[in-house]
Design a protein around this ligand. Structure first.
Ligand SMILES: [Zn+2]
Length: 132
């Protein structure tokens, strides 16, 4: 394991990633990308935010190298570049809202609870329209 004290460049890169994560909407977006990624339309519907706002946050996540976008016909799907980021998101969640059982590992508890949200009833993205 790399020691950050000996690797200022790695420490800098890690801090940049943390900075890109440091917004509630960006954490919510990342969680929506778990497993198969998500369409922009799905994110705007699920989060109840305007497309311009979601796109702005996606641009920050993309610039940080956390997500990639792929054109799929008329629409764009976003995916995480490295699923390791979900370990971090799950740990942040668990520390922010610790599990009830004492002595349980924060991160392991969060990972067990983590599951992909099903199709949104009011979403018209290709995946929800076809029943997920
Ligand atoms: Zn959808």
């Amino acid at each position: 394991m790399i020691e950050l004290a000996d690797n200022p460049i790695v420490a800098e890169a890690a801090a940049s990633l943390a900075q890109a994560l440091a917004h509630p909407v960006r954490l919510q977006i990342l969680e929506l990308l778990r497993d198969e990624g998500a369409y922009v339309m799905h994110m705007t519907t699920t989060l109840g935010r305007p497309k311009a706002n979601v796109s702005q946050h996606l641009a920050i996540l993309r610039a940080a190298g956390l997500v990639v976008d792929e054109r799929e016909g008329m629409t764009v799907i976003y995916r995480v570049r490295d699923p390791h980021i979900f370990d971090l998101v799950d740990c942040l969640k668990a520390v922010a809202a610790p599990p009830a059982e004492p002595g349980q590992s924060h991160c392991r508890g969060a990972r067990r609870q983590a599951r992909r949200a099903g199709p949104q009833r009011n979403c018209r993205c290709p995946r929800c329209r076809c029943g997920g």
